[in-house]
Design a protein around this ligand. Structure first.
Ligand code: AMP
Length: 397
């Protein structure tokens, strides 16, 4: 397989699939440009080495063809700034003769932004003819959109067949895959995963897959109470998925057979309302008061979680262990973050991923103190579930 470092971009037009699906305010100001800055190293590698870059992405969820509010043109001024003020060309579409003419006339070092891929339903439909038309704009294809790597769309996977010898991973996809593989395929032990969040149902496949590789599995957040109830506990009004009670017991059983230690909360901060001003107190996790609900882990649990994390050499964190959006119930999640930072400073490899844990890490200001943050929610979760991602497979095949 070709790598982006070694590939000769001289005189080539590189079609780069990026994930520039950034949030915009009502005046089309970009409110978070993380996804754009993440793709800069790849764009730079192309234009600094004699190639021209053709940027393609989706933006938002256009439903009925072209819509001004979802036009890629809104991103162009900021992209130009990020690239040091260079002039950026804008295509009227992502396919068609007018677009191809502009692409054909690109000179080394120039950058062209194609119009929103999802203005054509063929993009999400994975249409081969559409992918072929897109491919006609460039000489090589770089997939640097990890956020859409779990989709078999025209620009993220199907297009690969038109570049059998000229398909590459961009730096972002490459580092995401390497970091996830470091955790999933060759973890330094002990390996601890911390799974939080609200529901068992959305994490069950990941938990089952992780049982094959982790030494310790910390389960926190709203999921806790499905496990507590399954074990005969009293959970008051806490979150619970009754249809998963059997599965919760099966997981505990499977973990025991595989020698994986599952660590659940022993004490809980219960509240009489889902609000910052609620009354709260610490109780055993299996004895929540009637009419109250568990919204954070208690101090004894924090101490247990911290000890396990401090003794780990590989740590994967997905999901908060309490309702961290409210300061009153953020203590447990903050403690997990602090423990991960401490373990990382002593040499552990820590990977934080999934929307809410990334938000938590940002809220606590510790984003630069963990080893790697994966910002690609859906794609990362599917990778953790053990699925083959079409956008990755297309490059490797
Ligand atoms: P998820 O999207 O499944 O990862 O869940 C993240 C959400 O779970 C966050 O918004 C947290 O506030 C919420 N959460 C964490 N712990 C609890 C809990 N004990 N009760 C209710 N919600 C929780």
């Amino acid at each position: 397989m070709q790598t982006i470092e070694k590939y000769n971009f001289s005189g080539k037009k590189a079609l780069i699939r990026v994930d520039f699906n950034v949030p915009l305010d009502e005046n089309f100001n970009i409110t978070d440009d993380t996804r754009m800055t993440a793709a800069l190293p790849t764009i730079r590698q192309v234009i600094d080495n004699g190639g021209s870059a053709i940027i393609m992405s989706h933006l938002g969820r256009p439903k009925k063809g072209p819509e001004d509010k979802f036009s890629m043109k809104h991103l162009v001024p900021h992209l130009s700034t990020l690239l040091g003020g260079i002039e950026i060309k804008v295509a009227p579409d992502c396919v068609g003769a007018a677009t191809k003419n502009i692409a054909d006339s690109l000179k080394p070092g120039e950058v062209l932004v194609l119009e929103n891929l999802r203005f054509h339903p063929e993009e999400e439909g994975g249409d081969a003819a559409f992918a072929k038309e897109l491919a006609a704009n460039g000489d090589c294809w770089i997939n640097d959109a990890f956020g859409t790597a779990h989709r078999a769309h025209a620009s993220t996977a199907v297009i690969a067949q038109y570049f059998p010898n000229d398909k590459l991973f961009g730096y972002l996809v490459d580092s995401e895959v390497k970091s996830l593989d470091k955790v999933l395929k060759a973890p330094k032990r002990p390996f601890t995963a911390i799974m939080g969040g609200s529901k068992v149902s959305s994490k069950i496949t990941i938990i089952e897959n992780l049982l094959n590789s982790v030494d310790n599995l910390i389960i926190g957040g709203g999921m806790t109470y499905t496990f507590m109830k399954a074990q005969g506990g009293k959970i008051g009004r806490s979150l619970c998925e009754d249809e998963y009670l059997g599965l919760a017991l099966e997981i505990l059983d499977k973990a025991e057979k595989k020698g994986v230690k599952i660590i659940l909360a022993v004490d809980t901060v219960e509240a009489d309302d889902f609000s910052e001003t609620a009354n709260s107190r610490v109780v055993p996790s299996k004895n929540i008061s009637d009419g109250w609900e568990g919204l954070d882990v208690g101090p004894e649990t924090i101490a247990i979680f911290k000890k396990v994390i401090s003794e780990s050499n590989t740590i994967l964190w997905n999901g908060p262990v309490g309702v961290f959006e409210m300061d009153k119930f953020a203590t447990g999640t903050r403690a997990i973050g602090d423990a991960i930072v401490e373990a990382t400073s002593k040499g552990a490899f820590s990977l934080v991923g999934g929307g809410d844990s990334v938000a938590a890490v940002n809220k606590f200001g510790i984003a630069d103190q963990v080893s790697y943050i994966s910002t690609a929610g859906g794609a990362m979760l599917e990778y953790l579930e053990g699925k083959v991602l079409p956008g990755i497979a297309a490059v490797l095949d």
